[in-house]
Design a protein around this ligand. Structure first.
Ligand SMILES: *Cc1c(COP(=O)(O)O)cnc(C)c1O
Length: 229
């Protein structure tokens, strides 16, 4: 399939999922995850209009970031080591993987030095899978409370990864769970401003995520493909 065909296919499927769940198409944004594709393919994707780019590791993102820069918005998706924070802050527009206080403090410190703020998603391990990063749901509210003093951190929303399921429908409780955590976080007014975003849904399960309220899909294989090294 060509990039154009993939983009059209994904677009139709997002539209259908929005229609099924009574949502507006423009309430769902897409980060194109380019970690499996080359610099050339990434450039073509941005030129085709996929101007939100997601990467997992700074080492892999760097040549792309240097070539594309501000023609795209940059999303950091992967587990973020504290010693990599200095590479990421100021370059990435969103960090989707805020999952611990030591990382929050480092992000705050670096952003403060640059006199900027940093948009973050708190990653929650809703499914409880051992292999997944993210805060246990039971720690979310106390964690959010601790962020209040770190005023360079702007919590845009919550992020989760569902387990891979051969039947995507099985992911629904994970996505519904993240949405109710967001709603409860807002009801309790723990953060200064309500958090609006839900970063959830990947190639295998994005339609279910849209039906459950996703505002940011993170789409790699289904959208930009997967290239052999
Ligand atoms: C790789 C990755 C994605 C995209 O995966 P696909 O299944 O190829 O769409 C999304 N989110 C995160 C956190 C990832 O690591």
């Amino acid at each position: 399939m060509s990039l154009q065909q993939r983009m059209q296919n994904v677009e139709q499927r997002i539209r259908a999922a929005c229609a099924r769940s009574g949502r507006q198409r423009n309430s769902v944004k897409v980060a194109a995850v380019t970690k499996y594709v080359s610099l050339d393919t990434t450039i073509r994707a941005v030129e085709a209009g996929l101007t939100n780019v997601g990467e997992n590791r700074w080492q892999d993102a760097q040549p792309k970031w240097e070539a594309i820069g501000s023609k795209a918005s940059w999303h950091f998706l992967g587990h973020l080591q504290t010693n990599k924070v200095k590479e990421v802050v100021g370059r990435f527009d969103y960090i989707h993987s805020l999952d611990r206080l030591s990382l929050a403090k480092e992000l705050h410190k670096k952003a403060d030095a640059l006199d900027i703020s940093v948009n973050c998603f708190i990653q929650v391990n809703v499914s409880g899978e051992e292999s997944k990063f993210g805060l246990p749901p039971g720690e979310l509210f106390s964690f959010a409370e601790q962020l209040r003093t770190l005023d360079r951190i702007h919590v845009a929303g919550l992020m989760t990864m569902a387990p891979y399921e051969s039947e995507p429908e099985a992911t629904r409780p994970v996505f519904a769970g993240l949405r109710s955590l967001r709603d409860e976080l807002n009801e309790r007014k723990i953060l200064a401003a309500p958090v609006t975003e839900l970063s959830m849904g990947m190639s295998n399960d994005f339609e279910v995520a849209v039906e459950e309220g996703a505002t940011w899909l993170r789409l790699g294989t289904v959208l930009v493909g997967k290239e052999e090294e």
